[in-house]
Write a protein that binds this ligand. Structure first.
Ligand SMILES: Cc1cc2nc3c(=O)[nH]c(=O)nc-3n(C[C@H](O)[C@H](O)[C@H](O)COP(=O)(O)O)c2cc1C
Length: 334
C-alpha cells in the first residue's frame, strides 16, 4: 500500500501507550479499524535496540496498514531510527508532538515540541526525507498552553515539508486530559491547510465520531479511549455511516470480543506479562455489564489462560448496559 486510507469511512485506531500492542490492534482491525497505530516508540531507544523498545515493534503481515509512532525531542537519533525501522519493513510513520505526560514532556518530547516548532519541523523533515512522500504524519495538540495556539502555523510548515497527514487532538499540552476537546479547532485547521486531517479527542462513541466528522469536515476520525472500552466501536461506526442502526449490545457479542482478545494475546505473546496485562483489561470491557462485581473479582484472581477463558465465558449470560458505563478519566496515562 502506497498511501493510507484517510477518509470518513475509514476509522483509525489511535496510538495508545501500554494498550495498542499487536493483539489489541488485531482485535480492533477485526472489528473494522482501517488504520492502526503502534504505541509511541522512543527514537533514541531504537538506536540502542533496547529490549523494551524493540518489543513495541512486534507486528504481523495481517497487521496492516500500520503506522509506527516515534517520539523524542532530539532530531539526531531519528536518522538511525528511521533507517532501522524502514529496514525492518515499516512504511508509515508518525511523529508524536502531542503527548502531555510528564515522563515524555520533561525531556522536551511530545506536546513540549510545540514550544520549539523549528525542532519539531526538523524532526518531521528527517522522517519525510527517509520514508518518502505520503508516508509521514504528525500527531499534535493546539499548543503547549492556552494562548500559544501554534497548531495552524505548524500545520502550514509541515505541509511545506511534505508531511502527508496531521492528527489533531484539540486540547493544549498543559491541559493534559482535562476539560473537553474543542472540535471547532478541527474545523479551523481543515479550512487552513490542504493536508488531510485526522481528528482525535472525546470520541467515546461511534455517534460522537459521526457528529465530529459532520461538524468539522475533517477527513477521518481516530478512536482512542472509546476503543479501549469497546473495540466494537469501529463496527458501530461503520453501521452508522451506512445509515444503519449499530448492532445491539449483547453478552454474546462482548464474550466474542473478550475471547478474541485472549486468542490474539496467546497467539502473539503468551507470556506471563501479557497474561497479567490482559487480565487487567477484561474488566474494562465488562464495565458495560450489569452486576459486574462478582465477575470482576473472579477475573482478577485467575492465574491461567484456561481459568481466564472460563471466567470470561460467563459474560455470555450477562446483559450489557446500553450505553456502556464509560469513564474516560479511568484510563488516562500518568
Ligand atoms: C492510555 C492512553 C495512552 C496514550 N498513548 C498515546 C501515545 O502513545 N501517543 C499519542 O500520540 N497519543 C497517545 N494517547 C492519546 C490518544 O491517542 C488520543 O489522542 C487521546 O486519548 C484523545 O482521544 P479520546 O479523547 O477519544 O481518548 C494516549 C491516550 C491514552 C488514554
Amino acid at each position: 500500500m502506497k498511501t493510507l486510507p484517510i477518509s470518513p469511512e475509514n476509522p483509525w485506531l489511535a496510538p495508545l501507550a501500554g494498550y495498542s500492542d499487536l493483539p489489541f490492534r488485531m482485535l480492533c482491525r477485526a472489528h473494522g479499524a482501517a488504520v492502526t497505530n503502534t504505541e509511541m516508540v522512543s527514537a533514541k531507544g531504537l538506536c540502542y535496540f533496547n529490549r523494551g523498545t524493540t518489543s513495541l515493534l512486534q507486528t504481523h503481515p495481517d497487521d496492516a496498514p500500520l503506522v509506527l509512532q516515534l517520539f523524542g525531542a532530539d532530531p539526531e537519533p531519528y536518522d538511525q531510527a528511521m533507517d532501522k525501522t524502514l529496514e525492518m519493513g515499516f512504511r508509515f510513520f508518525d511523529l508524536n508532538a502531542g503527548c502531555p505526560v510528564r515522563k515524555v514532556t520533561k525531556s522536551g518530547s511530545g506536546s513540549r515540541l510545540l514550544e520549539d516548532p523549528d525542532r519539531l519541523c526538523a524532526i518531521a523533515e528527517i522522517m519525510v526525507r527517509k520514508a518518502g512522500p505520503g508516508r509521514v504524519g504528525v500527531k499534535t495538540r493546539l499548543g503547549w498552553e492556552n494562548g500559544n495556539d501554534i497548531f495552524l502555523d505548524v500545520a502550514r510548515r509541515l505541509e511545506d515539508i511534505g508531511v502527508a497527514w496531521m492528527t489533531l487532538h484539540p486540547r493544549y499540552g498543559k491541559q493534559m486530559f482535562t476539560g473537553s476537546a474543542d472540535w471547532s479547532r478541527l474545523a479551523e485547521i481543515k479550512q487552513a491547510v490542504s493536508l488531510p486531517i485526522v481528528g482525535s479527542g472525546d470520541l467515546y462513541t461511534a455517534e460522537a465520531a459521526v457528529r465530529c466528522l459532520r461538524e468539522t469536515g475533517i477527513d477521518a476520525v481516530m478512536f482512542a479511549r472509546g476503543a479501549m472500552f469497546d473495540p466494537t466501536i469501529f463496527e458501530r461506526f461503520h453501521a452508522l455511516m451506512r445509515g444503519q442502526e449499530p448492532p445491539r449490545r449483547t453478552g454474546e457479542q462482548l464474550d466474542r470480543v473478550v475471547r478474541m482478545h485472549i486468542r490474539y494475546t496467546r497467539e502473539f505473546d503468551g507470556s506471563e506479562r501479557a497474561f497479567r496485562k490482559l487480565r487487567s483489561f477484561i474488566p474494562r470491557y465488562a464495565k458495560g455489564l450489569r452486576d459486574i462485581r462478582s465477575l470482576r473479582n473472579e477475573l482478577i484472581t485467575c492465574e491461567t489462560w484456561e481459568q481466564l477463558e472460563a471466567a470470561a465465558s460467563r459474560i455470555r449470560e450477562m446483559e450489557p448496559a446500553d450505553p456502556l458505563g464509560f469513564d474516560p478519566a479511568a484510563v488516562i496515562p500518568d
